[in-house]
Design a protein around this ligand. Structure first.
Ligand SMILES: Cc1cc2nc3c(=O)[nH]c(=O)nc-3n(C[C@H](O)[C@H](O)[C@H](O)COP(=O)(O)OP(=O)(O)OC[C@H]3O[C@@H](n4cnc5c(N)ncnc54)[C@H](O)[C@@H]3O)c2cc1C
Length: 448
């Protein structure tokens, strides 16, 4: 394989060069904040899109298409003349030479910066059991969502053609590990699929026989929310047919099921072909590289401790923002990401204008929302607690407002109408490659 090394050279009359790693919430909002600044902005990402992660579960369960929640970054920034976009996975950051090395297929690119914003986000954490990932994919990327869509709809298909009545229940069992917002949303949507969308579609199985199990090591669902909302959410999940298993730890995941241990040290085995991992988060491995260079230890989630203005200790020209940043216990949520991205960009602009004293990042908490099923969501906005239909209407409004791109909002609204007014799912298509069907007796996954 031939590797081409190209260096983006510094040039005397070139404006201040800002490189942003990551086109997620933090990276994109940082780039946009710099639209009118006297800088050149280069956004490097391993994907070609900006992903609206909070709606990934709707792609996985056939409500939305991937394009609706992941517009091309290049398209989003097309009118921002000072911004360019580079496809590539960042493999190295040289803080001394002030360069970022990225790779796309056989091309290696070294890009120089004057200021760097690192916003590479986080992936799933299997708490030291990465082998679980094969059979229990996480939900962090478009690839994950499409893989899960194939597995979920594929499991109903396999149940339909399964001749052995003993083997059929495992195809109709879905285990979601992790009862935070993502787990709860996935469980709610699979329950709606089984009980509503697929109700009349099969001839040999009744999709409503499906078991949807939500398991968590903690004592309640939605632990980030107020306890009352947790209980409301749990009650609603049970009403729509989700089994909730709390205070249980996952000890094994394989092709045909999952092993658990309860708080009384009792071992349990659940036969389930489809598993979803929504339990843990681990910041990008680029964090370790930066923490090493700055001589600071990573926190438990692999996040990089930063100075109050989001810059790296001893490196005022480098900022770490969003899910990679460890600052005052701020949670890994979209609002923290976009506000910290904007803040870092503002710091760069302010410095270029002659400002010297760093301005600390102040987070404006806008609250939390989780949608469980059609017409039911919980919302926590400061002291205000909202649930049920009112929560769901608020959820609808907020998500529509925050989606990137007018075209996406229109088509998303249409698909929501299909799903929420009717019971259909417009996006059930999977490719043969995405329909990952585990082959009995083979521990590997068979693709197509
Ligand atoms: C399923 C799910 C549901 C969620 N729901 C909610 C919710 O309801 N409300 C809420 O507030 N938050 C929610 N979140 C959290 C929220 O989405 C994140 O906090 C937010 O996306 C973090 O933004 P970020 O820019 O830091 O990282 P990301 O959005 O993850 O973006 C990181 C970017 O960096 C790129 N990247 C990573 N490594 C490299 C590399 N080495 N080289 C080049 N590019 C790289 C990635 O491709 C990605 O584009 C949810 C997250 C998930 C996964």
């Amino acid at each position: 394989m031939r590797t081409t090394l190209r260096r983006v050279q510094a040039n005397a009359d070139e404006p201040h060069r800002v490189v942003i790693i990551g086109s997620g919430f933090a990276g994109l909002f940082a780039a946009r904040r710099l639209a009118r600044a006297p800088v050149s902005v280069t956004v490097v990402d391993q994907t070609m899109h900006h992903l609206f992660q909070p709606l990934l579960y709707q792609v996985a369960t056939g409500i939305l298409s991937e394009g609706e929640i992941a517009p091309a970054t290049r398209d989003v920034l097309r009118r921002q003349a000072n911004a360019s976009v580079i496809l590539g996975r960042v493999t190295g950051i040289d803080l001394e030479a002030r360069t970022v090395t990225s790779r796309a297929i056989d091309r290696e690119l070294v890009t120089s910066y004057d200021s760097l914003i690192v916003a590479a986000g986080a992936g799933s954490s299997y708490f030291g059991h990465d082998e679980f990932a094969t059979h229990a994919p996480g939900l962090k990327t478009v690839d994950d969502a499409l893989e899960l869509r194939g597995r979920i709809f594929g499991a109903f298909e396999m149940a339909e053609i399964e001749n052995d009545p003993q083997a059929r229940p495992a195809w109709l069992s879905f285990v979601i590990v992790g009862a935070g917002a993502t787990g709860v949303e996935m469980a709610g949507q699979i329950a709606e699929l089984a009980h509503k969308t697929l109700r009349s579609d099969f001839r040999h199985i009744n999709p409503a026989d499906a078991r949807i199990l939500l398991v968590d090591a903690g004592p309640r669902v939605l632990p980030q929310f107020d306890e009352r909302l947790s209980h409301k959410a749990a009650d609603h999940l049970r009403q729509i047919g989700v089994e909730i298993h709390l205070n249980v730890r996952v000890t094994g995941v394989d092709q045909s099921g999952i092993d658990l241990v309860t708080e009384d040290a009792e071992h349990q085995r659940i036969e389930a072909r489809t598993k979803v991992w929504a339990a843990g988060v681990q910041a990008s491995s680029l964090g370790a590289l930066l923490a090493d260079a700055a001589g600071v230890p990573l926190d438990r989630g692999g996040r990089v401790p930063v100075m109050p203005n989001c810059s790296l200790s001893g490196r005022p020209e480098v900022f770490v923002v969003g899910d990679m940043m460890s600052l005052r216990d701020l949670p890994g949520v979209a609002e923290v990401a976009l506000q910290s991205g904007r803040h870092a960009a503002g710091e760069i602009e302010r410095r270029l204008a002659g400002g010297t004293a760093p301005a600390p990042f102040r987070y404006r908490d806008l609250g939390m929302l989780a949608s469980i099923s059609k017409n039911f969501a919980v919302a926590e906005l400061g002291p205000i607690r909202i649930w049920g239909l009112a929560g769901w209407l608020l959820w609808l409004f907020v998500h529509l407002t925050f989606l990137t791109g007018f075209k996406n909002r229109i088509s998303t609204l249409f698909h929501w109408a299909v799903s929420f007014i009717g019971r259909g799912r417009a996006e059930r298509t999977t490719t043969v490659r995405e329909s990952l069907v585990p082959v009995p007796g083979d521990d590997q996954l068979h693709r197509g």
